[in-house]
Design a protein around this ligand. Structure first.
Ligand SMILES: NC(=O)c1ccc[n+]([C@@H]2O[C@H](COP(=O)([O-])OP(=O)(O)OC[C@H]3O[C@@H](n4cnc5c(N)ncnc54)[C@H](OP(=O)(O)O)[C@@H]3O)[C@@H](O)[C@H]2O)c1
Length: 160
């Protein structure tokens, strides 16, 4: 990336696995937990660690972590345990890294897209992909005085 482009302005940590629909945490196979954590929590962290130095060097960066309402502590249920744990870890990362980035022009925030008609959300979901992506695009293009370490749905701050 540094050699070819010399900069990275926007990182959207969107990829995620959802492979534990019918599992319970007490019986969760280690492999399911490990794969989910690697994709949904460690992957975003490793990418963020890799690209923040480049963003800081250029004095500009926007990082968007895509989480899920399933990982909101304020309304926590017990199904999809690996996915839920991974998204909680992603949210905590967002907060910790935001603190570490204070005073730089690299902003990191998180969005919940809502229930969206994708491979994961299925055809019955009420939101189109465009609607699901709206807030991520807004956060990716924040002005320099934009929020840092916050959580959003429909461009509005939310509790998590
Ligand atoms: N859809 C919803 O209703 C909903 C609700 C709340 C949150 N979200 C979040 O929104 C984001 C996007 O979800 P989606 O609905 O678009 O899911 P999706 O339809 O299942 O697509 C997920 C994408 O992530 C990629 N991916 C997964 N693990 C990866 C890995 N280790 N390395 C590289 N790529 C990987 C998949 O690639 P392959 O196809 O190659 O496997 C796929 O392109 C996710 O973070 C999800 O948790 C979605």
């Amino acid at each position: 990336m540094t050699r070819t482009f010399g900069r990275l302005d926007i990182l959207v940590n969107n990829a995620a696995l959802y492979i534990d629909r019918r599992h319970r945490l007490l019986e969760l196979e280690e492999e399911v937990l490990r794969r989910t954590m690697e994709s949904n929590a460690y992957g975003p962290l490793i990418l963020t660690q890799a690209f923040v130095p480049l963003m800081k060097k250029k004095g500009y960066g926007r990082i968007v972590n895509v989480y899920s309402g399933i990982g909101e502590l304020s309304d926590l249920g017990s199904s999809w345990p690996a996915y839920r744990l991974s998204k909680i870890l992603l949210n905590i990362q967002t907060r910790i890294i935001a603190g570490e980035l204070r005073g730089t022009n690299v902003l990191i925030n998180a969005i919940c897209p809502g229930w969206v008609r994708t491979g994961m959300g299925g055809l019955g979901a009420p939101r189109s992909v465009e609607e699901g992506a709206d807030t991520a695009v807004w956060l990716a293009l924040l002005p320099d005085d934009g929020p840092q370490g916050d959580f959003f749905r429909d461009c509005q701050p939310i509790d998590w």
